[in-house]
Design a binder for this molecule. Structure first.
Ligand SMILES: CC(C)[C@H](C(=O)O)[C@@H](O)C(=O)O
Ligand code: SF4
Length: 474
């Protein structure tokens, strides 16, 4: 018998019982994070059934999707719907006894930034939450994945969910990323190669020397963004970097417990003879800074390339999709992507709003100014990230460059608050989804790394960040 993958080990250790012969299991879930947008119906269901939350201490509630990000923060929501959602969220936290970070809490932020900051996510855990980007936690050697409202309700009542095992895919990342190439570019390159459904039905394990070399934050970027290739779960074997990240965090174990846990965590990995259903290798050394030109995250090109011609596609289906995307994006085939002017620059989202991302952006903004006619906003991933950026002088660099320095939240990643583009406006965006209307009806989104967004902000058009760096960008 061949060895087991890390994914299989996590499922096996959390399986309460097998529910059928086709991979359906009742899975014990260690923890969850709840947001104001996807949790209301789950709580309403519990209330209607007269049920309690089985283990309130395993959950954390944080407002992130609908809140405004204006610098002067108040509890005021942009509209009546958002206000109702947030009020009901607070009521649920109180009535079900779950820890809650409201908008003015110094620990508030985007759930996938806050949960690791709080040490809620630990290697070996299974974490299911009502958001597709819960895969973030794979970076810690935990299996994270998104669940729907009825599963949230089931989880809250029982600490379990019904779960169908996924196939496994290992993505080896070798080589050293060249100057100006970030984990965002690497994951965008993977998505471009395998397509927006290339990882559908799979749990992805990232492995290889470039992943080992990468910071925990970089691994989080990859774990979050691979969802855009359809992945429903991510794992990365935990190492000393993960331990260093977690040690001393509020919810991390302390003292003797820590020592014992750390020893066990470092053993969590796929067996050397484990078989994956699919394997691929990518050389980080051959990746260029990428930009999306279309309305799907796999419609991406190197920043030095031209907008592709839909007619060069082999399948009729792709031809139609690409033609539609070009029309929506207001682009013509053959245009060098670097000549495309932008109206807006957005740095934020659970993918790219951590301190490293803001440092990368600040290196570009330092001593430069946002181009005339462009509006740039930076929305840190959490209030803690914001405070750290202020302490490091990053915020001042941004402000001096004419950037609007905001409070934390999902913000223009999905434009559920008042950070929204006008129809036809074009953004350079450090986010993860460029779907039609994602940043506002008719808005046009180009996904790229935070440093690339900064480069576009200061030149007023999509720009190769490598032309602006003096050699200190990692
Ligand atoms: C609102 C939520 C359901 C959604 C998700 O699950 O990913 C959001 O966070 C997103 O990024 O589109
Ligand atoms: S920042 Fe964007 S991708 Fe992340 S949870 Fe919020 S809306 Fe979803």
């Amino acid at each position: 018998m061949s060895g087991r993958t890390l994914y299989d080990k996590l499922i096996d250790t959390h399986m309460v019982r097998r529910l059928d012969d086709d991979g359906l299991v009742l899975l014990y879930v260690d923890r969850t994070v709840l947001n104001e947008y996807t949790s209301p119906q789950a709580f309403a269901g519990l209330r209607a059934a007269g049920l309690k939350v089985w283990n309130p201490s395993a959950a954390l509630m944080v407002v992130d999707h609908v809140n405004p990000t204006a610098a002067r923060r108040t509890r005021q929501m942009p509209d009546a719907d958002a206000a109702r959602q947030v009020d009901y969220f607070a009521d649920n936290a109180r009535d079900f006894g779950i820890e809650y970070f409201d908008i003015l809490d110094p620990r508030q932020g985007i759930e996938h930034v806050v949960a690791p900051e709080q040490g809620l996510v630990m290697p070996g855990m299974v974490i299911a939450a009502g958001d597709s980007h819960t895969t973030a936690y794979g970076a810690f050697g935990a299996l994270g994945y998104g669940i729907g409202t009825s599963d949230i309700e089931h989880y809250l009542a029982t600490s379990t969910v019904c779960y169908r095992r996924l196939k496994t895919m290992r993505i080896h990342v070798t080589g050293h990323p060249p100057l100006g190439v970030t984990p965002k570019d690497i994951v965008m390159e993977i998505i471009r190669r395998i397509g927006a459904d290339g990882a559908t039905g799979y749990a992805v394990e990232f492995a290889g020397p470039a992943v080992t070399e990468m910071s925990v934050e970089g691994r989080i970027v990859m774990s979050i963004m691979i969802v855009e290739a359809g992945a429903r779960g991510v794992v990365i074997a935990p190492d000393q970097k993960v331990l260093d990240y977690l040690k001393g965090r509020p919810r991390a174990p302390k003292g003797d417990m820590w020592d014992r846990a750390a020893k066990t965590w470092l053993q969590l990995r796929s067996d050397s003879d484990a078989r994956f259903d699919r394997e691929m290798t990518i050389d980080a050394g051959a990746v260029a800074p990428l930009v999306t030109w279309g309305t799907s995250p796999d419609q991406a090109i190197a920043v030095t390339d031209r907008v592709p011609d839909p007619n060069s596609n082999v399948t009729a289906e792709r031809k139609t999709a690409d033609t539609r995307a070009l029309a929506y994006m207001g682009l013509t085939a053959g245009t060098p992507i670097q000549s495309v002017p932008i109206d807006f620059a957005f740095i934020g989202s659970c993918t790219n709003s951590r301190i490293e991302d803001l440092r990368d952006a600040a290196r570009i903004f330092r001593g430069r100014h946002v181009a005339t006619g462009v509006r740039a906003i930076v929305v840190p991933g959490s209030t803690q990230v914001r405070a750290q950026a202020e302490a490091e002088g990053i915020a001042q660099i941004l402000i001096d460059a004419g950037v609007d320095w905001r409070q934390s939240g999902c913000s223009m990643c999905l434009a559920m608050n008042d950070d929204i583009l006008a129809p036809g406006q074009r953004s350079a965006s450090s986010t993860n989804r460029n779907f039609e209307g994602r940043q506002g009806p008719g808005a046009r989104t180009h996904l790229m790394s935070p440093a690339m967004v900064a480069a576009a902000a200061v030149t007023g058009r999509i720009t190769d960040v490598r032309d602006l760096i003096g050699g200190d960008l990692q």
